[in-house]
Structures are given as structure tokens and as C-alpha cells.
Write a protein that binds this ligand. Structure first.
Ligand code: SF4
Length: 382
């Protein structure tokens, strides 16, 4: 057994599952690309919301604002302050939690192994039920709106968009049939009759162009909404998996083998305009498809962790570690390119991404040679 345990967090497993190279870059500390505005705002909110002291909070905000390019700093600061305010509001509205700790790093070494699981929850403490019994309560905060709410909304939008598309396809097909008939008729006739038929045909061809363009636009809307739905589903699953992992570790660090309450809080806000749009969307949906599903809370969801599910998940996590360890030892891992690369922190350092982009842009000039990554100053240990 090695002296230093092999540490893995939920984010390590998530990176490994998406792309082994991403995990490798993450684990050896390869320099990250410029983080997105939302990522920096999220980091600042997590860190500042865990602090009570106003001066410390200001310093945290200032530190994260510095990470942004000059042109995003003012906007970023406003967003951070708004999200921190919302995090405080959530806290005020929360059920009482006993012994709550914030941003707490926890490590659990799997007995008899050199594997260590690491997690940092936003808040962890003991909730109390109506019968005054205590249970472990773990909270994770996220920026944006509850993806479950976005799934609910996008499903309605998609149903309406698909209905529009079907209607437009029907219109376009009807015009296309008229065009075919006119073409056949024009071929059979000559003289003035042919001229008259060709005039009608020319008009119908214009109509067909317009109907085809409208159908094409409607198809793009459907595709965009379907992609948005997939993204929201992935985000929802990711948040659930993270919370589940936290509970799996907390069960062991506390030797608490009972159900735990898992809470996802979202700091985004439905604007007045968006609320009006949603109300209209519900009415439109109801008119065509009946009563919409019950609206989820845009600011959060909860579920329960059961230890027997944790035991199964633990086995699955442990099974993946040898391959992760090998990749790290050999500094060699397979790259999996795809849409997920656009959210990857390492895309600027990743030759696989650059080659993939070049191929997508129609050039094959960049060879797909994955260089061994350059390690950062300090390798990741947690
Ligand atoms: S950019 Fe894509 S291929 Fe490269 S490490 Fe990230 S996820 Fe993997």
C-alpha cells in the first residue's frame, strides 16, 4: 500500500467519464483556459456565501473579479453580489439545521486500500423532522435556475415547436404536390395553355420556396430546443450525482448509516418578463395538449440518499480507479472529443480539441498527435 493515498473527487470521476484526457489534465494540474463568466461568478458566490464577515466577502469578490477579463469585470461583480444576496436569502428561508458547516472538505480513506474519496459540500448539518428526529442534511448551491424547472419549461416549448413544424411540413408538402401536378400538366400541353400553366407553376414554386424556408426555420427551433433539453437533463443528473457522492462520503466520515436529505439550491431568478412568458406558454400548451405537468420550484429540489444505494455506487466508483491511476502514472490518456469540449477547462491546451476543430472546419492539416501534457506547479492531491 502506498503512503500517499490516491485521492478522487466526484469531479474527477465526472471528468474521467466524459474524457480520460480531461481527467488526466485535471489531475496533474495543467493550466486551465480562461474560465467563463458564469464559472467565476459561481466560484465567488460559493466562497463568499460561506463567510459572514462583510470585509472578507468583499475581498473574495475582488479576488474573483480579477480573474475576469477587463471588459467582464463590472458585469461579473454585479452578478456576484446579486447571487450572494440570493444565497443569504435562501439561508434565511431554510429549515433550521443543527451544527451546520460550510465549504467543508472531507476525506474518507476506503478501509484496507490506498484509495481516498474527497468531497466539499457547500453546507452540511443536521436537519430535524416533525417528530424531532435528526437526519444528515447536505446542501449544494448552483448558479442559474433549477434544471428540473428548465426541463419542464423546455418540454412544453418543444411540444409546441414540434406541432408548428408538423403544420408547416404539411403546408409545404401540399404546395410541393401542387407543383408536381402543375409540372405534369404543363408537360402535356402546348401553346397558350402551357404558358398559363407555367405562370401558375412559377407562382407555386415561389410559394414552395417560402414554405420550405419557414419549415427549415421551424426545424432549427426544434433542434435547438431538443439540444437545450438534453443539456438541462445532463445538468440535472450531474447535480444529483454530486449530491449523492457527497452523501456517500459523509455516510462514512460520520459513521451515519441512515437516510440523508440532499438539497440543491439554485441562485438564478425568474425575471418578471420570463414569468409572463411562462404563464403564456402554459396557456398555449394547455390549449393544444391539456394540463401541463406541475411546475417545479425554479430555485431548488430535494431528494433522499439511502445507504444501500451508496454501497452499490461505491463499488462502481472503486472499479474505475485502477484505470485512472494508470493514466496518471503513465501520463497518457485517451481523448474523447465532442460538444462537451466547449465546456472543458483544458481546451486551449488540448491538441485533440484543436485537431477536432480543424477537421470540423474542413482542414486536415493539423495532425492528431496528443503530446504528453505539461504539469502545473503542483500536482493535484485532492
Ligand atoms: S478539450 Fe475535449 S478532448 Fe480535450 S481534454 Fe477537454 S474534453 Fe477531452
Amino acid at each position: 500500500m502506498s503512503k500517499k493515498p490516491f485521492s478522487v473527487s466526484e469531479s474527477d470521476f465526472a471528468a474521467w467519464l466524459v474524457c480520460h484526457l480531461r481527467y488526466l489534465y485535471r489531475s496533474i494540474g495543467v493550466k486551465k483556459s480562461q474560465p467563463s463568466l458564469h464559472k467565476v461568478v459561481g466560484d465567488a458566490t460559493h466562497e463568499a456565501a460561506a463567510e459572514e464577515d462583510a470585509t472578507v466577502r468583499e475581498a473574495i469578490v475582488a479576488k474573483h473579479v480579477e480573474r475576469l477579463p477587463e471588459e467582464q469585470r463590472a458585469e461579473g461583480k454585479v452578478m456576484m453580489e446579486a447571487q450572494i444576496k440570493r444565497a443569504d436569502k435562501h439561508e434565511e428561508d431554510e429549515e433550521p439545521v443543527i451544527g451546520q458547516e460550510k465549504e467543508k472538505l472531507e476525506r474518507w480513506r476506503v478501509p484496507g486500500t490506498d484509495r481516498e474519496f474527497v468531497m466539499k459540500s457547500d453546507k452540511i448539518g443536521w436537519g430535524v423532522d416533525d417528530l424531532n428526529r435528526q437526519h444528515l442534511r447536505i446542501t449544494d448551491m448552483k448558479s442559474g435556475l433549477n434544471p428540473d424547472w428548465l426541463i419542464w419549461k423546455t418540454k412544453m416549448e418543444l411540444s409546441i415547436a414540434r406541432m408548428n413544424l408538423a403544420r408547416l411540413e404539411k403546408n409545404r408538402n401540399a404546395v410541393a404536390s401542387r407543383v408536381s401536378l402543375l409540372e405534369e400538366e404543363a408537360a402535356k400541353h402546348s401553346g397558350s395553355q402551357k404558358v398559363a400553366l407555367e405562370k401558375k407553376l412559377s407562382y407555386q414554386l415561389d410559394v414552395l420556396d417560402k414554405e420550405s424556408a419557414k419549415t427549415e426555420e421551424a426545424l432549427i427551433v426544434v433542434k435547438k430546443l431538443a439540444a437545450k433539453l438534453s443539456r438541462s437533463i445532463r445538468k440535472f443528473e450531474r447535480v444529483r450525482t454530486q449530491l449523492f457522492f457527497f452523501a456517500m462520503v459523509a455516510e462514512q466520515t460520520r459513521d451515519y448509516h441512515h437516510a440523508s436529505q440532499l438539497v440543491a439550491q439554485f441562485l438564478g431568478e425568474v425575471t418578471r418578463e420570463e414569468r409572463a412568458n411562462v404563464e403564456q406558454l402554459k396557456k398555449d400548451y394547455q390549449k393544444h395538449f391539456g394540463e401541463p405537468q406541475r411546475e417545479p420550484n425554479p430555485n431548488g429540489f430535494e431528494f433522499w440518499y439511502q445507504p444501500e444505494m451508496g454501497a452499490e455506487a461505491l463499488e462502481r466508483y472503486l472499479e474505475q480507479i485502477p484505470a485512472m491511476e494508470e493514466a496518471r502514472e503513465k501520463r497518457d490518456a485517451e481523448a474523447t472529443t465532442g460538444k462537451h469540449c466547449f465546456d472543458c477547462d483544458y481546451r486551449d491546451s488540448c491538441p485533440a480539441f484543436q485537431a477536432w476543430q480543424a477537421a470540423r472546419n474542413g482542414s486536415n492539416l493539423i495532425a492528431l498527435t496528443v503530446k504528453k501534457p505539461e504539469a502545473g506547479k503542483q500536482e493535484k492531491t485532492a
